[in-house]
Design a binder for this molecule. Structure first.
Ligand code: K7E
Ligand code: CUA
Ligand code: CA
Length: 637
């Protein structure tokens, strides 16, 4: 923390600690924090101290990383795979975006997965999570939400492709996402962030005060990806987390005011943490005690308080105003609600929640066991598995390491210092995540801090800059910065998985469900994809089947008529690992990936008479440039 920054904060007329306590704070305060970035630099001494850690983080040429990082890609709409500790980007997985390289969003396979939302070409991914069995990664799936278009998607980790996309009904903007960790990931939970009218058909648009407004917590079946149930809540839902028994889920609410303007959303001194009792919700659903809303069959429960009385399956625990991150310690003991506008993080004992739901407490706050003051703008918290928590301080541009049990002792009146270390990050950190911290295996080796501003850390790139994903060695007493990693818009959160916990396929299985549609069509057309190259006409629909073996497509030309709807299905017969081909038709906006043993298909209109080249886009062979052919389009008579 540099002197200049303190001065900047003091200019706003507020003391540095606890200054967001009693008065209504405007967005200008957060903006003031942002204006002070770029003032703290690492000293030479600090850099020297990191040398040993930097050596540990060095992954030399041809050496493999210890961990897979699953990175959200924010408003890019994608998910990225990054190796740790090298911080090398290994793969981009298109999900809600469009991808020029793989044809995601254009191929028939991806369109079938995107389903009825295939026409929406953007996304906003924040919170990746990976499936677990008994609180440990099982390598099956990753899940990601889309705030922009209210969706949840699943990614198969064996092929690192998205295989399901579900649009969540009745709500707007899925933000928080988490999943059941124990006994295994059966349900995925998703927070509808914004409070919206229901029904939202515009009939009350001129007198919206008369409309009922709410948002919902949704649970999806992890296998079918269908929405299993939804719970209407008081206030809104921001971030979510779950316990290690499969019983409780929590979500932060920053808009208990149910306001639509900035000042209104900061009116209350306290908002709350909403707690969901999953077995009790499932009991209600099983007993048929639910409603459905006009346009869907999803069971909906009303989890709102009625006349101050709680339901059997929801509780609202007051926490300081406008909380943000919701997290769980890997020992399964505590939930954490990060203060954001309050310098505190609220610690809730999970073993008190049974009593809370059985109405044993006079005050819901009795589940709170600590509320340490950590610094300005605590957004998120992660854990090292050794009893320490690490919280990001957005406004302070710092990470604070603190001890959970000491914070509890302090809350109980003991004179102990729970803060272990504060370190500057560059700059304005959002999420941070330690290796395996979402699981029982939390190993306290590495910490990634996703900073929102990079400013002077990289060569400037015009007004739009990279974010800065920083890697810290946290295996010792002190956090040590070892790497700055530029990232394009905008990683919000990550999970870090041990490499042995994910087994990927080297080549596709020929009967993989990812391209089941193309296999079924080929079968119906009597085409053997393993050996045949064929053009089948079906009215003005033309299906072109061809193989690819480096460096040639099975067909060097095919003919169609102007205006035909052409489907090209390419099967890559190469068995060699890493030997991907591509198929691109020049001047037609048609391009796709065909990896080893994969079948890919794409449909387009042959709208231009003439001779049009198609060629391979992946550099696959010394004669890759020659891997081309021609589509001959006869003009309409
Ligand atoms: Cu804090 Cu969307 Cu998790 Cu971003 S959210 S930082
Ligand atoms: Cu096939 Cu390049
Ligand atoms: Ca509020």
């Amino acid at each position: 923390m540099s002197d200049k920054k303190i001065t900047e904060v003091e200019k706003t007329g507020l003391s540095r600690r606890g200054f967001l306590g009693a008065t209504a704070v405007t967005g200008a305060t957060l903006a003031a924090g942002a204006a002070t970035v770029g003032t703290s630099m690492m000293s030479r001494e600090t850099l020297a101290a990191t040398d040993k850690s930097a050596l540990k983080a060095h992954v030399g040429p041809a050496e493999l990383d210890e961990y897979y990082g699953v990175w959200s890609g924010g408003q890019s709409g994608e998910v990225r795979i990054v190796g740790l500790p090298s911080m090398r980007e290994l793969m981009r997985i298109p999900v809600f975006n469009r991808c020029s390289a793989t044809g995601w969003g254009h191929t028939n396979e991806s369109k079938a997965i995107l389903g009825k939302s295939a026409h929406l070409e953007n996304g906003d991914t924040h919170h990746p999570q990976a499936s677990m069995t008994d609180g440990r990664y099982d390598g099956r799936y990753a899940f990601i939400q889309d705030k922009a278009n209210t969706r949840v998607a699943r990614i198969r980790l064996d092929v690192m492709k998205c295989d399901k996309v579900t649009t969540i009904p009745h709500v707007q903007a899925i933000h928080g996402l988490h999943l059941q960790r124990v006994p295994s990931t059966k349900l995925v939970f998703a927070c509808g962030e914004f409070i919206a009218p229901y029904p939202n058909d515009g009939k009350l648009i001129d007198k919206l005060d008369e409309a009922e407004h709410f948002t919902m917590y949704s649970a999806l079946d992890a296998e079918t990806m269908e929405v299993a149930w939804q719970v209407i809540v008081d206030g809104n839902l921001d971030n979510t987390s779950t316990c290690f028994s499969g019983k409780y889920a929590v979500a932060t609410c920053y808009n208990s005011e149910m306001a639509f303007d900035l000042a209104g959303q900061m009116r209350n001194e306290r908002d709350w943490l909403t707690i969901f009792n999953i077995p009790r919700i499932e009991e209600e659903v099983k007993a048929g005690r639910f409603i459905t809303l006009a346009d869907s069959k999803v069971p909906v429960l009303d989890g709102r308080k009625k006349n101050g009385k709680n339901t059997t399956f929801t509780r609202y625990v007051p926490v300081p105003k406008n909380p943000h991150g919701a997290h769980t310690s890997p020992d399964g003991k505590y939930f954490f609600a990060n203060g954001k506008l309050s310098p505190t993080v609220t610690v809730i004992a999970i073993d008190r929640l049974d009593d809370l739901f059985n109405d044993k407490f006079a005050d819901e706050r009795e589940v709170v066991v600590a509320e340490p003051e950590l610094g300005l703008g605590p957004l998120h918290t992660t854990f090292d598995g050794r009893g320490n928590a690490y919280s990001s301080l957005f406004i302070d541009s710092q990470v604070v390491k603190w001890n959970i049990e000491d914070a509890i002792r302090h809350y109980n009146g003991e004179d102990v210092n729970y803060i272990r270390q504060k370190v500057d990050v560059h700059y304005q950190p959002g999420h941070l995540k330690a290796s395996l911290a979402e699981t029982r295996d939390a190993d306290g080796k590495w910490l990634v801090v996703l900073s929102k501003f990079s400013k002077d850390r990289f060569l400037p790139t015009g007004p739009l800059r990279a974010e800065n994903d920083q890697l810290f060695d946290i295996s010792g007493e002190e956090m040590k910065l070892v790497h700055d990693g530029p990232a394009f818009a905008e990683p919000h959160d990550i999970v870090i998985i041990r490499r042995d916990q994910i087994q990927t396929k080297r080549v596709w299985d020929r009967d993989d469900p990812f391209f089941a549609g193309a296999l079924a069509q080929a079968k119906a057309d009597g085409v053997n994809l393993e050996s045949e190259n064929k053009v089948i006409r079906d009215g003005n629909k033309v299906r072109v089947y061809m193989t690819s073996i480096a460096p040639a497509f099975g067909l060097s030309e095919f003919s169609v008529n102007e205006g035909d709807e052409v489907t090209v299905t390419v099967t890559n017969l190469d068995q060699i690992e890493d030997l991907s081909h591509g198929f691109c038709v020049v001047n037609h906006g048609v391009s796709m990936e065909i990896s080893p043993r994969q079948t890919s298909s794409i449909t387009f209109i042959a709208s231009k008479p003439g001779s049009h080249y198609y060629y391979c886009t992946w550099f696959c062979h010394a004669l890759h440039m020659e891997m081309a052919g021609r589509m001959l389009v006869r003009p309409k008579a």
